[in-house]
Design a protein around this ligand. Structure first.
Ligand code: AMP
Length: 490
C-alpha cells in the first residue's frame, strides 16, 4: 500500500440533498444546500438530469457564492438533482474531489453524494488500484463508484448495495441514475439522513432544516441500514421502495450531531437539537453548579447550552462575547497559527457585561483548547473578576473517523493534559467542569448510557468505536476499541 494513501485518513464534513421529479430540482437543491452550509463550507456541487443528459456544476466556496447566479442554475436543467457541501481537513482541497461524483457505467450514468467517512476506504482503494482501477480523486466516494462499476449483480441499486456491503464506517448517501433517486444509510446510522417531500416529490437531506427552507414536509428519518429507491415511472408517477439489505446492527447515531454539528433548528431522530442542547446546559448546572453573576455563552455553539444553564441556575444570561459572523469557523483554518488568530477575528469581548463580574463561560466542546485559551484571556482582559468554564460535553479523548473534523489524538487537549486540574491550569480558568457521559445521554434521551448496547456512538469520549477502523489498524490488526484501551493503560 502506498504511503500516499495511508498517510492520513481523509476527514470530511459534509451535507447532502437529493430530489426526484420536481421541475425546480436544481434550484431546490441549491436552497437545501444553503441550509446545510454549516456542514461544509469549502465546496459545493450539484448534478442534475434532464431526461437525456446529466449536468454538473462544482465550485470551491460557499453555495451562495455560486448558485445564486442564474446562469449556473440554467446549466443544471431537469427534474432530478443531487447536491453536496463539503469541508475536508486533509489538504485535498481540489475541484476533482468536489462531489457529487459522476460516472458512466455499464448500468448507465450515476452520480453519488456522500456524507461520512469510510474507515476501510483507503484499504479498498489500494486494492482497487492494484487491480487496475484508475482513481482521479482521493475521496471515499470514488471507491464506492469503482466497487459499483465492478459489480455484476443486476441493476444500479443492486450494484450499489453490493458496493455498500463492502464498506466499514459511516455513510449517508444519495445517488441518482437516469430514472432513480436512491438514499442509503449505513447499518449503524452514524450520520443523519432524513426523508421528506415537496408537491409529492421525494427529497432526502442530511438535516430537516434543508426541508424547512423550501417549505417541504418531513416524512421520517431514513433508518439505519435502510436503502430507499425512488423510481420515476413513464406516466410521471414515482414508485418508492424501502429495503434493509444489510446485516442488522443497532442504531448508533453520532452524538456529536447533537453536541455541535447539526443546526439547532433541525430535528434529528425526532429530537429538537436546540432543546437537547438546552438540556445539556441544564444537566451541566446540576452536575457542576457555580456561584457566578452572569452566564456567558461562547457563541454560537455554546449558546443553547448557556440558555439551559442560565434557566436552571437563575443566573442572568448575557452576551459577554460578540461573534463576528463574517468570518468562517476558526476550527477550519489550515494551520494552528492561523486558527489562533481566527479566534480573535471571530470573537470579541462585550466589556460592559464582563468587567468586575464573576462569569461562567459555556462552550459546547473543547477540542484542541485553542478557543478556550483565547476566550478566557479575552475575558480576563475585559476585567472579569473570576472566570469559570463549563463544557456541555465530556472530555474529548479520541479522534473521530466518521465525518466530524477532529485532529489526531495527540492534538486533543484532553490527551495533552491528563487531569482536569492540568487542563484548568492550561486554559487559566478559576474552575473547569465537563458534562458527564450520562449527563449527555440524559439530555438527549432521558436515560443514561446503556453500556451493553449504547444508544449512540460516543467514541470521542469513550474510545468505543462501533466499526473496525481498518485503515488505521491494518486489515487483520487490533480494532481501535482495543487501541483505545491500550492507550488508556499506558
Ligand atoms: P478548540 O478550539 O480546538 O478547542 O475547538 C473547540 C471549539 O470549536 C468550540 O467552540 C466548538 O464550538 C468548535 N468545534 C467543535 N467541534 C468542531 C468541528 N468539528 N468543527 C468546527 N468547530 C468545532
Amino acid at each position: 500500500m502506498s504511503d500516499y494513501f495511508i498517510s492520513d485518513n481523509l476527514r470530511e464534513e459534509c451535507g447532502i440533498f437529493g430530489i426526484l421529479g420536481h421541475e425546480d430540482a436544481s434550484k431546490l437543491t441549491a436552497l437545501g444546500l444553503h441550509a446545510l452550509q454549516h456542514r461544509g463550507q469549502e465546496s459545493a456541487g450539484i448534478v442534475s438530469f434532464d431526461g437525456k443528459q446529466f449536468h454538473s456544476e462544482k465550485h470551491m466556496g460557499l453555495v451562495g457564492d455560486h448558485y445564486t447566479n442564474a446562469q449556473t442554475l440554467a446549466n443544471l436543467p431537469g427534474s432530478s438533482a443531487i447536491g453536496h457541501v463539503r469541508y475536508s481537513t486533509t489538504g485535498d482541497t481540489v475541484l476533482s474531489n468536489v462531489q457529487p461524483l459522476f460516472a458512466e457505467l455499464e448500468v448507465g450514468g450515476i452520480a453519488i453524494a456522500h456524507n461520512g467517512n469510510i474507515t476501510n476506504g483507503q484499504t479498498l482503494r489500494s486494492e482497487l488500484i492494484k487491480n487496475g482501477a484508475i482513481c482521479q480523486t482521493t475521496s471515499d466516494t470514488e471507491v464506492i463508484l469503482h466497487l459499483l462499476a465492478q459489480s455484476r449483480v443486476g441493476n444500479a441499486p443492486k450494484r450499489l448495495i453490493e458496493a455498500l456491503k463492502q464498506l466499514e464506517g459511516a455513510y449517508s448517501l444519495v445517488a441518482m441514475t437516469r430514472s432513480k433517486l436512491i438514499a442509503a444509510r449505513d447499518p449503524f446510522g452514524i450520520r443523519p439522513l432524513i426523508y421528506g417531500e415537496l408537491d409529492g416529490k421525494p427529497i432526502f437531506a442530511s438535516e430537516s432544516c434543508a426541508l424547512d427552507i423550501i417549505g417541504a414536509n418531513f416524512i421520517r428519518d431514513v433508518k439505519n441500514g435502510e436503502v430507499i429507491i425512488c423510481e420515476k415511472q413513464s406516466d410521471g408517477t414515482i414508485n418508492i421502495k424501502s429495503i434493509e439489505p444489510f446485516a442488522k446492527k443497532p442504531q448508533r447515531l453520532c452524538l456529536f450531531e447533537y453536541v455541535y454539528f447539526a443546526r439547532p433548528d433541525s430535528i434529528v431522530e425526532g429530537r429538537s437539537v436546540y432543546s437537547v442542547r438546552k438540556n445539556m446546559g441544564k444537566n451541566l448546572f446540576l452536575e457542576a453548579p457555580v456561584d457566578a453573576e452572569v452566564v456567558v455563552p461562547v457563541p454560537d455553539g455554546g449558546t443553547p447550552a448557556a440558555i439551559g444553564y442560565a434557566q436552571a441556575s437563575n443566573i442572568p444570561f448575557e452576551y459577554g462575547i460578540i461573534r463576528n459572523h463574517y468570518v468562517g469557523r476558526t476550527f477550519i483554518e489550515p494551520t494552528q497559527q492561523i486558527r489562533a488568530l481566527g479566534v480573535k477575528l471571530k470573537h470579541s469581548a462585550n466589556k460592559e457585561q464582563i468587567n468586575g463580574k464573576k462569569i461562567v463561560l459555556i462552550d459546547d466542546s473543547i477540542v484542541r483548547g485553542t478557543t478556550s485559551l483565547k476566550i478566557v484571556r479575552m475575558m480576563r482582559d475585559a476585567g472579569a473578576k473570576e472566570v469559570h468554564m463549563r463544557v456541555a460535553c465530556p472530555m474529548i479523548k479520541y479522534s473521530d473517523y466518521y465525518g466530524i473534523d477532529t485532529p489526531n489524538p495527540d492534538k486533543l487537549l484532553a490527551n495533552q493534559y491528563k487531569t482536569l486540574e492540568e487542563m484548568r491550569a492550561y486554559i487559566d480558568v478559576d474552575s473547569l467542569a465537563f458534562l458527564s457521559v450520562d449527563g449527555l445521554y440524559n439530555a438527549i434521551c432521558n436515560e443514561p448510557r446503556n453500556n451493553q448496547s449504547p444508544q449512540f456512538t460516543d467514541h470521542y469520549f469513550t474510545g468505543d468505536y462501533p466499526t473496525p477502523l481498518t485503515d488505521l489498524s491494518g486489515k487483520n490488526g487490533v480494532s481501535m476499541n482495543k487501541i483505545a484501551l491500550l492507550k488508556e493503560a499506558v
